[in-house]
Design a protein around this ligand. Structure first.
Ligand code: ATP
Ligand code: MG
Length: 213
């Protein structure tokens, strides 16, 4: 056997060895995953909180809602803060037969500084949210930017927690906002933090339709 052949043979053995190792590791991982999957047997809706200072909370909520819509589910959105512009997701979903989209009245925007008017609008939005939380025909509710209502003291968080806990068993709820009230975090099933590492805005890039709104 030439030296070249020997090198080839040892390379062959080495790659076989690596292959076997990989297979063993994957089998072990699959066993762990299978055990976890076997344990997760409960079927019910979940409360998801998307918080943090990075970009991606509202768009993730609407993306998840899109999944539900794809599965034929009925959804509703309440936007607790009315932005300046019509968002792309609003334009897309507003006439969708499976989605009811509510933008909180004339109320809170970053521009208004009328606290009384803001509180009234917040209360109206909450009254609607409370109705939706009693209605089992809605499979998913998105309360976008709701967390600010608690931060600014426009709404009490306790009745919201009670309504969330008494909602229909299969109903999923997603709440977004940079900071989350602790009582909400205590009853949530899934909490994801979107961290801000960099944002194009700080590089001087102008907000654009399709990315920012
Ligand atoms: P998105 O709607 O893009 O998912 P978001 O819901 O996570 O963003 P918000 O805090 O609701 O973020 O802010 C909404 C707007 O502010 C979006 O236009 C978003 O691009 C922008 N934004 C989000 N995070 C930052 C940031 N860290 N710096 C500057 N602008 C941001
Ligand atoms: Mg948002």
């Amino acid at each position: 056997m030439s030296n070249d052949d020997k090198t080839l043979e040892s390379k062959d053995l080495e790659s076989k060895h690596l292959e076997n190792k990989h297979r063993e590791r994957m089998a072990a991982r699959k066993a762990v995953m299978d055990a976890k999957i076997a344990q997760a047997v409960e079927e019910r809706g979940v409360l998801i909180l998307l918080k943090g200072n990075g970009k991606g909370k509202s768009s993730s909520a609407f993306g998840t809602m899109l999944r539900s819509v794809g599965h034929g589910k009925r959804c509703a959105v309440i936007q607790f803060i009315k932005g300046r512009t019509e968002t792309g997701e609003y334009k897309f979903f507003k006439d969708h037969p499976q989605v009811d989209w509510h933008v909180m009245g004339h109320g809170f925007t970053w521009e208004t500084q009328d606290r009384e008017q803001d509180i009234e609008a917040a209360k109206k939005a909450w009254a609607l949210a409370e109705e939706l939380l009693k209605d089992p025909t809605y499979d998913m509710l998105v309360f976008d930017e709701m967390s600010y209502m608690f931060k600014y003291g426009y709404l009490d968080v306790e009745p919201v927690v009670v309504a969330l806990e008494h909602r229909p068993l299969a109903q999923n709820v997603i709440i977004t906002g940079r900071t989350m009230a602790l009582p909400l975090q205590e009853v949530a099933d899934t909490i994801s933090v979107v961290q801000d590492e960099r944002h194009a805005f700080r590089l001087g890039v102008k907000a654009q339709p399709g990315i920012e709104y």
